[in-house]
Design a protein around this ligand. Structure first.
Ligand SMILES: [Ca+2]
Ligand SMILES: [Ca+2]
Length: 501
């Protein structure tokens, strides 16, 4: 071989440039309050979610994935910083923020590098839209998003979704189905068809924006975060999604009458009582299912767009929900508990060249594992702040074992210390601060009806799981009212980019 030096250098240059260009694009999809009813997780007969099935056929389905905390704010901060609530002390929702107040809520998060920022620091363009950090449809300007962590954010990063969601007039049919006092004020807990054309509101607009992002002529690899708000309440979507569940009554979850006698009371039974007393269980279930099929359709639009993209072959797709959801299971609604129905989340990962299409793993994983997983897939360093473990070994071999049980932590109302749930391969243990324990065999008892904590036949399994309980956990943090991001002091908030990473 007689290759001249300049040609050799040029070849090296192109080899390096080629490697840089091969960084995968990341499509990061967060769905709010989506539980395991979707068809790939098979916890609701008759559910219609063809696009979740399509994603499952292109990715690894994690059937035993759990949130780090069963509420929007703590779960999302844990995903976006990789820091578990037991380190940060962010166990609960904290409202009234106008920016990343979690930096001032928790000393452990003061200098935490947001996932999107970390990708920017390593050559990516990061764009976000919709609900990634906590915010609500009906609380304009109340958001814990960090505007400085993105190159581009759709709309107002500190009010990313409220402007897009219409509400039915209270005099319209939604109102007529209800009598008595609702569990939430302002008629936000209900199910009704929206009159507006579907392409003019909410998640549809966020997906429109995301599709535009995917068609950009962009030299850098892209970290694209898409946060979809449904099926979060209120269950207000187009009529076509309600029609999917018309006719036959929808199946309601199985309830055991004395179920909570051997369990920690979630303190929300009056909500379920109200639903039952007002004969609303069926229509509300229908609204939740309709909202799931609505968001399934939005997922289909995203999958179409990424599939049509020339960059598809090198696009990582990761889809997660921030926690599970009860539609009356254990006489509970929403979340804010530590049973499997609350902690189990949809999680799908497609990693071209690494994950097998249509494979399934039942290894227990926690959403704090997402940050290190994405770093691993992009071959960038994992920041020290991360508490989780990369899931790449599981993507390569879904039969591999994970780092250990998944850990979900939460501080209940009126309690002074956090509680913890450990989800193992088969068994789950929940430890409350008053020493009360629940222990379930989720294979024999998926509804977690029978607390086996005092059954001597399970002493060994209980001891095994108990060894994974966290020690010296961070105390629960309150809203930092002296934070520049506190909503009451929004006028003193730093303007624009502040370079806090
Ligand atoms: Ca949520
Ligand atoms: Ca029970």
């Amino acid at each position: 071989m007689n290759r001249s030096m300049p040609t050799f250098l040029l070849a090296c240059f192109f080899a390096l440039a080629g490697n840089a260009a091969e960084k995968p694009d990341i499509l990061f999809i967060a769905i709010d309050d989506l539980n395991d009813y979707i068809s790939p997780l098979a916890n609701h007969p008759g559910i219609k979610t063809p696009h979740f099935e399509r994603l499952a056929k292109q990715s690894v389905t994690f059937t035993n994935a759990h949130c780090a905390a069963p509420a929007c704010h703590p779960s999302r901060v844990a995903v976006m910083t990789g820091v578990h609530p037991t380190t940060s002390g962010i166990y609960r929702n904290l409202f009234g923020a106008h920016g990343p107040r979690w930096r001032d809520e928790s000393p452990a998060l003061k200098e935490a590098i947001v996932l999107s920022q970390h990708f920017r620091d390593h050559g990516y363009r990061a764009a976000g839209g919709g609900k990634i950090f906590h915010t609500l449809q009906w609380t304009p300007g109340d958001s814990q998003n960090d505007p400085d962590a993105w190159d581009d954010y759709r709309g107002d990063p500190l009010d990313p979704i409220s402007a897009d969601w219409p509400r039915p007039q209270f005099s319209q049919p939604q109102h007529l189905g209800f009598v008595g006092k609702r569990p939430l004020g302002h008629h936000l807990f209900g199910a009704a068809a929206l009159d507006e054309p579907e392409d003019t509101y909410g998640d549809h607009l966020v997906v429109d924006w995301a599709i535009e992002q995917m068609t950009r002529d962009e030299a850098k690899p892209t970290f694209l975060a898409v946060g979809l708000f449904r099926p979060h309440i209120p269950w207000e979507v187009d009529q076509q999604w309600f029609d999917l569940y018309a006719g036959e009554a929808t199946t309601l979850p199985e309830i055991k009458q004395d179920d909570l006698d051997d369990a920690h009371d979630h303190g929300r039974r009056n909500w379920h009582q109200w639903v039952s007393d007002n004969d609303q269980w069926q229509p509300l279930m229908r609204g939740y299912l309709a909202s799931i099929s609505y968001v399934d359709n939005q997922l289909g639009r995203l999958l179409d767009a990424v599939g049509n993209s020339p960059r598809w072959k090198n696009t990582v797709i990761i889809l997660w929900s921030d926690h599970g959801f009860h539609i009356g299971e254990k006489e509970n609604w929403e979340k804010f508990a530590l049973w499997q129905q609350t902690t189990r989340v949809p999680l799908f990962v497609r990693a071209p060249g690494i994950s097998g299409d249509g494979t399934v793993t039942s290894a227990p994983v926690t959403l704090t594992d997402l940050y290190p997983t994405l770093c691993d897939l992009a071959e960038i360093p994992i920041p020290e702040q991360c508490d989780g473990t990369s899931l790449v070994p599981l993507l390569k071999d879904p039969t591999a074992t994970s780092a250990g049980p998944a850990l979900t932590s939460f501080q209940f109302n009126a309690e002074t210390k956090p509680s913890h749930a450990l989800s193992g391969e088969r068994y789950r243990l929940i430890q409350y601060p008053n020493e009360f324990t629940e222990f379930y065999d989720t294979e024999a008892d998926p509804n977690e009806f029978t607390n086996l904590a005092n059954d001597p036949n399970y002493a060994e399994e209980i001891t095994t799981l108990r060894a994974f309980l966290p020690v010296n956990v961070a105390p629960n943090r309150a809203a930092a009212t002296d934070s520049p991001y506190h909503r009451g002091k929004v006028k003193q908030a730093p303007k624009g980019s502040k370079g806090k990473k």
